[in-house]
Design a protein. Structure first.
Ligand code: ZN
Length: 620
């Protein structure tokens, strides 16, 4: 057979294969849960355990919305796999449900009753070394060569398949999707900046108060009206709009939720029920086998009896497991209760049992996105809501006030203090403020401290406490050129008249006579009057040493001892001295006195080390 013939034959075979696939007749390996019947048609696996497992995967995905959630729902439960080819061909193997298998099931159109050929294609590349590499890539749905919907009975409808596909795409964060997360910020993932058009990030501060921040800030590309807002003010407005929109459908929503919960509870116990059924069938079969054996064939009868016993034990175990599964289910609220609850949807929305993620999912079913629109007023935030229907709404909400600002005194009270403050005493102001019904920023009635604080903070002067012709102590001291202590001394000793004014302060009646009295007192005082100060006079010349008198310092210098020694001798009468001008000591001095002093020094153990009786202790 020539090469050409072989090529033509291969081409014909391929063409036939494609034709069979186009008719939906080409047999390809089926995923678990679907089998070929005797006629070659695709049917749902008759094994109820397999059916339940596959159906539960779709139900779990509908409930939790993520493939990892399905894996978590199947924790501790086994999942079937039908082996193809090899020694195990056609047999069921039960193992763990992995994330990859969940994705495989959710993305497989066969479960939606569709026949598909050519979902994957192989691609060959040659690397520079000449090696041929074959890679398998998935085609997009539009590129599938054969797609026959409603080809066979499926587990889900085609619409559900498309919804699951969209939901998986919405979970794909690596591809830029922003699915609802666990945090409390309601608009996470769907809020954008109306100033620069970029999405807004959700930041959770250390005190767990989330904020939406324009993501341009990260790139340093913010426009002047880009801003970050506390999530609470946006969320409250958006949730309010959502609850308003939901009013007509309240009851229907709650009842469908109730049905879903009931269905979920039934699914949980159904797996255990099926296990009981399987165990009962095995036990029945073992019983029949035991009954059919001839009683004489004791060896066989004995082993069959043992097997029957084992099957019965397994049945008991399965029944106990079913009982346990039913016991752990929480009691369901009655339909009446649910209807009552549905009548109060806001309470349901705000209930602590409603998770933040559920709220976000509910929000996203109706709201497509939220935009923080540019708003020049810093105290307000303008929010645009785009509904999935295409309708848009615009809301304006107040931004939360900073805690420090919130505790500030009201502006009206401050204005009153500013107006009246310069001419009104604090007591009077307190009365006026409280009479006008003002309260401090803390909500308390005004008192002296609060009024003084406003005066301090807004620099409102106090009314002048001095009467006409009166001056303060500081002013009097300034005019006289002396210290305030002098003025206080005169007032306390009655030399200057003053009265106690507001705040216990001294008010001094001031006129030419009072000023003249003060000036004459200063002039007479040796302390205050410059002319009267002895320090300004030239110091009297000290008599020369040969005049018979020396100072303490001179004496100490001549004797080579300290001045303290000379003072001691004078105090103890060993040296004669008299008090001169400025209380200074004048010591009578001649050769004889000097000789006496020297001999005292010579005798003193303190002053002359040679005269010490005891040797100074040697330091170690
Ligand atoms: Zn921006």
């Amino acid at each position: 057979m020539g090469e050409m013939e072989l090529h033509v034959m291969a081409q014909r075979l391929q063409a036939n294969k494609r034709a069979a696939a186009g008719r939906g007749e080409l047999r390809t390996p089926l995923p678990v849960g679907l089998v070929h019947d005797d006629a070659g048609d695709i049917v749902i696996d008759p094994d109820a355990g397999v059916q339940a497992a596959i159906a539960d995967v779709f139900a779990a995905f509908a409930a939790c919305g993520s493939a990892y959630g399905v894996v978590a729902a199947f924790a501790g439960r086994r999942f079937p796999l039908r082996a193809y080819g090899g020694a195990w061909a056609g047999q069921l193997r039960w193992g763990k449900l992995t994330h990859a298998r969940v994705l495989g099931i959710l993305k497989n159109p066969g479960y939606a009753g569709a026949y598909v050929f050519g979902r994957y294609t192989s691609r060959r590349t040659v690397d520079p070394g000449g090696t041929v590499h074959t890679s398998i890539t998935e085609r997009p749905r539009a590129g599938w060569p054969v797609l026959i919907k409603d080809h066979h009975e499926g587990y889900i409808a085609w619409a559900d398949y498309l919804a699951n596909e969209a939901r998986l795409a919405a979970n794909h964060t690596a591809a830029g999707a922003r699915p609802p997360r666990e945090g409390t910020a309601l608009c996470q993932g769907i809020i954008g900046c109306g100033s620069c058009g970029k999405p807004m990030m959700t930041n959770y501060h250390t005190d767990q108060r989330p904020a939406y921040e324009c993501s341009s800030r990260r790139d340093r590309l913010t426009t002047p009206s880009c801003r970050s807002v506390a999530a609470a003010c946006v969320d409250a407005a958006v949730a309010g709009a959502l609850l308003d929109a939901l009013t007509p459908g309240q009851v229907a929503l709650a009842l469908s939720a109730a049905d879903e919960v009931t269905g979920r509870h039934q699914r949980v116990s159904r797996a255990a029920e099926l296990a009981v059924e399987r165990a009962r069938y095995d036990a029945d079969r073992a019983e029949r086998a035991f009954c059919q054996v001839e009683p004489e064939n004791r060896l066989v009868a004995r082993s069959l009896e043992a097997r029957w016993e084992a099957r019965l034990a397994a049945l008991t175990q399965a029944e106990q497991a079913l009982q346990a599964a039913q016991d752990t289910l929480p009691p369901l609220p009655s339909r009446d209760d649910l209807e009552k609850l549905a009548a109060d949807l806001p309470a349901l929305w705000n209930a602590p049992t409603t998770s933040a993620r559920d709220r976000k999912r509910l929000l996203r079913t109706l709201i497509a996105d939220v935009t923080v629109l540019p708003e020049p007023d810093q105290a307000k935030v303008r929010i645009g809501i785009r509904w999935h229907t295409g309708a848009t709404d615009e809301l304006t909400a107040g931004r939360p006030v900073h805690p420090g600002t919130a505790r500030r005194s009201p502006a009206a009270a401050i204005d009153l203090v500013r107006q009246l403050g310069p001419a009104t005493s604090n007591d009077e102001l307190v009365t006026r403020l409280n009479a006008a019904g003002h309260r401090t920023g803390h909500g308390r009635p005004f008192d002296i401290d609060a009024v003084q604080w406003i005066r301090h903070a807004y620099k409102v002067p106090v009314p002048d406490p001095y009467g006409p012709g009166e001056i303060s102590v500081a002013e009097a001291a300034r005019q006289l050129g002396c210290s305030t202590g002098v003025i206080y001394h005169w007032i306390h000793t009655g030399q200057l008249t003053a009265r106690r004014g507001q705040g216990n302060r001294f008010c001094i009646p001031w006129n030419a006579q009072a000023e003249a009295g003060c000036r004459s007192r200063i002039a007479q005082s040796a302390h205050l009057g410059r002319a009267a100060r002895p320090r300004t006079l030239p110091a009297p010349a000290f008599p020369a040493a040969d005049g018979g008198e020396v100072s303490v310092t001179q004496a100490a210098c001549r004797l080579g001892c300290s001045a303290g020694v000379i003072y001691y001798w004078i105090e103890t009468g060993q040296l004669t001295a008299r008090r001169g001008a400025g209380n200074r000591l004048h010591i009578s001095w001649n050769d004889q006195i000097q000789a006496e002093c020297r001999s005292r020094i010579g005798r003193s153990g303190h002053l002359n080390p040679a005269a010490r009786r005891t040797k100074p202790r040697r330091r170690r």
